[in-house]
Design a protein around this ligand. Structure first.
Ligand code: SF4
Ligand code: FES
Length: 335
């Protein structure tokens, strides 16, 4: 093992990673079912993570030198691995129970308006609630509500749905020239807001739509046009002077209903795209078509589509994991 590498074992699977890697990214290197969900961490955004707590895991052995377990569950996106560390995610009932609690808190103020939300079908919170949520809410108080705000003519903010992950703030800070929005106030008064409701108006502002894990920031040009699972995603590119021009076109029949950045297996954009590609180029003739977008088998968008991306099988071939978590095993795809 080189000096720069450390070994970490996650749910019984050992992997060697660069020193300084977080537990979450080490798990992503293993891939498949043992990767903790992440609602606020975004590998392309510096400083992201540490806000939502969905990625919590149990460190059952701190390191080879100091094998004591960590006293509390830790956020895997913010905790770096140590040599010899042992981590439990889906093999720990304690983690699964705590994660269910986190989901319950995230949903306290979130409206159950999936049937009319444009994000339905590609919403991380919807998936999380399905995997870890309760069937009913125990919350008895009135939910906090906000008026919808149009941020410029292309983006709408529906603050009721926001989970305060800060991804859009980091995106505006790091990808665009000027940030005019942020989180105002604290505690349960916190809200995403543009100072004096200024429009976000710059070449890369549309990327806040792609990074938002819920339907709080949506594309006004796509609003109520269609459910995503009735559209067909196709990868395409154009020669763009501002960005890479590599996008996904979402077709309904011959019409391009929306344009988004391409996303990887963890739901993160591969490359941020400019507003011209996103909002102004909605004819097939604007693009060189590549191939159908690969969509995860577990996504509702994959229904009725042709080219799917199978998650790496991790539980099925691993005897220890199979024994440890029979419930997860039932959910894994058979090969
Ligand atoms: S608007 Fe979306 S991206 Fe921004 S903080 Fe809220 S949930 Fe996160
Ligand atoms: S993804 Fe780690 S705290 Fe949100």
């Amino acid at each position: 093992m080189s000096d720069n590498k450390v070994k970490v074992t996650i749910d019984g699977i050992t992997v060697e990673v660069e020193n300084g890697t977080t537990i979450l990214n080490a798990a992503r290197q293993i891939g498949g079912d043992i990767v903790p969900p992440a609602m606020c961490y975004y590998s392309k955004l510096k400083g992201s993570g540490g806000k939502c707590r969905t990625c919590i895991v149990k460190v059952s052995k701190g390191s080879e030198k100091d094998p004591r377990p960590m006293p509390k569950l830790v956020a895997s996106c913010r905790t770096t691995v140590m040599d010899g560390m042992e981590v439990q995610n889906i093999t720990s009932p304690e983690v699964l129970e705590a994660r269910a609690g986190v989901v319950e808190i995230l949903l306290i103020n979130h409206p159950l308006d999936c049937p009319i939300c444009d994000q339905a079908g590609e919403c991380d919170l919807q998936d999380l609630g399905y995997e870890h949520g309760l069937q009913k809410t125990r919350y008895e108080f009135e939910r906090r509500t906000f008026e919808r705000i149009d941020i410029g003519d292309k983006i709408q903010l529906h603050m009721n749905r926001c989970i305060l992950c800060y991804r859009c703030v980091y995106t505006a800070d790091q990808i665009t020239d000027s940030r005019v929005h942020g989180v105002l106030n604290r505690g349960d008064h916190s809200e995403i807001s543009t100072y004096i409701e200024q429009a976000i108006d710059n070449d890369f502002s549309g990327n806040v739509i792609d990074v938002c894990p819920v339907g709080a920031l949506t594309d006004r040009t796509f609003r109520f046009k269609n459910r995503v699972w009735f559209t067909k995603p196709v990868d395409a590119h154009r020669n763009c002077p501002t960005c890479s021009g590599k996008v996904t076109l979402w077709y309904k029949g011959p019409d391009v209903l929306r344009v988004t950045a391409r996303k990887d297996q963890f739901g993160e954009v591969e490359e941020f795209i400019c507003n011209t590609c996103r909002f102004e180029k909605k004819s097939t003739s604007d693009w060189a078509i590549e191939e159908p977008t690969r969509i995860s088998d577990t996504s509702v968008i994959a229904a009725n589509h042709y080219e799917t991306l199978r998650p790496l099988p991790v539980i099925r071939p691993n005897e220890e994991l199979r024994e440890a978590n029979k419930k997860e095993l039932e959910k894994t795809v058979k090969y």
